[in-house]
Design a protein around this ligand. Structure first.
Ligand code: NDP
Ligand code: ZN
Length: 346
């Protein structure tokens, strides 16, 4: 029996395919920092014998009788979030929360994930997208989670032309937030992180300034570089609960603090009364789970297909063979200084 803090291989039956579903075998997968929060921090509670993993490109091996647009043999991108599209939450534009808070997040949360020989995808027509022919499975797997999450951070921040944006945390998620903010037209982008490999990548994705949080207070560093002016938007894609206090100190009235960080520990976020304009500063704080679904995958994959976004920069560690998933997960836990993201092809 595997439980929190334990990882290993287990035997399970091949999942059954419902009429609207698909069974897929992975071609490329990537471990996520969220898997680390889940298994080593118990961030979403106790789990037993749960198969981890929610980032995959795979080959369809079986489809249910009601699936219209996919067939065995298709190479598909599977988003980390696979909502129930008929739910009332999805009808409200909150597909991530179909069936309840965060319930669109099924893989490696309350359903077996993709680190398996075969995995199950609910509502295949709504939750899978064909991988463009000129995109490799290794690159395509970044569309499952890293690209949509980082871009969701930029979207929720409503980044507009010429704005100054601070991105706190520039692991693979924050780097995609930098890229998303850049594509949305940000003028100046502060990228906060300490790993050199991430700082260099941030510059390639459009950061104009890098800030090392290990070399002094980021509030002071950003304020000084920005001539004491506040920034328009802050995207939080790393750091900790204190990142919100820092964000409030650098944001302008009416600005947006957009969080995509998975807050794995701690109980409360402090909101400074004064920094929040004594409650009247029109500063919005929003936190979001990435949107899944086919349309999102198809649109984002166009950015790779037409070479508007190069995700290969993220892939610092590449392995072949399913047995290397454990190594990949250990890398995500330990975060060596040369790591951005591992990918395992199978
Ligand atoms: P990483 O651990 O790779 O990146 C975290 C970043 O935060 C690094 O740049 C790190 O710097 C930086 N950081 C750490 N401590 C501080 C600090 N005190 N102040 C400022 N920056 C700091 O994580 P990922 O990019 O893989 O993932 C980011 C988060 O997004 C995770 O919590 C993950 O679970 C979550 N996530 C959320 C999703 C969603 O849908 N909302 C989906 C997928 C992931 P360095 O390491 O360089 O020192
Ligand atoms: Zn993830």
């Amino acid at each position: 029996m595997l439980r929190l803090n334990e990882v290993g291989w287990i035997e399970k039956d091949r999942p059954a395919c419902g009429p609207k579903d698909a069974i897929v075998r992975p071609l490329a997968v990537s471990p996520c920092t969220s898997d680390v929060h889940t298994v080593y921090e118990g961030a979403i509670g106790e789990r037993f014998n749960l198969i981890l993993g929610h980032e995959a490109v795979g080959q369809v091996v079986e489809v249910g009788s009601l699936v219209k647009d996919f067939k065995p043999g298709d190479t598909v991108i599977i988003p980390a979030i696979t909502p129930d599209w008929e739910s009332v939450e999805a009808q409200m534009g909150l597909s991530q929360h179909s069936g309840g808070m965060l319930c669109g997040w099924k893989f490696s949360n309350f359903k077996d994930g993709v680190f398996a020989e075969f995995f199950h995808v609910n509502e295949a027509d709504g939750n899978m997208a064909l991988l463009p022919k000129n995109v490799t499975p290794e690159e395509g797997v970044m569309l499952s989670d890293m690209v949509p999450t980082g871009f969701h951070g930029a979207d929720n921040a409503e980044v507009a032309y010429g704005e100054t944006v601070a991105v706190i945390g520039i692991g693979p998620v924050g780097l995609m937030a930098v890229a998303g903010a850049n594509l949305r037209g940000a003028g100046r982008i502060f990228a906060v992180g300490s790993r050199e490999v991430c700082q260099e990548a941030a510059k390639k994705y459009g950061a104009t300034d890098v800030v090392n949080y290990k070399q002094g207070d980021i509030v002071q560093q950003i304020q000084e570089a920005n001539s004491k002016k506040p920034v328009d938007k802050v995207i939080i894609a790393g750091g900790d609960l204190a990142s919100f206090e820092q964000a409030l100190k650098i944001i302008r009235p009416g600005g947006i603090i957009s969080n995509v960080n998975y807050l794995g520990s701690g109980d409360y976020i402090k909101i400074s009364r004064l920094d929040w304009g004594v409650g009247m500063g029109h500063i919005r704080i929003v936190g979001g789970l990435m949107p899944g679904g086919r349309k999102n995958m198809e649109y984002l994959s166009n950015l790779l297909k037409y070479r508007k976004l190069d995700v290969s920069i993220l892939l610092t560690h590449r392995y072949k063979g399913i047995e290397h998933i454990e190594k990949g997960l250990a890398l995500m836990k330990d975060k060596p200084r040369d790591l951005i993201k591992p990918v395992i092809t199978i």
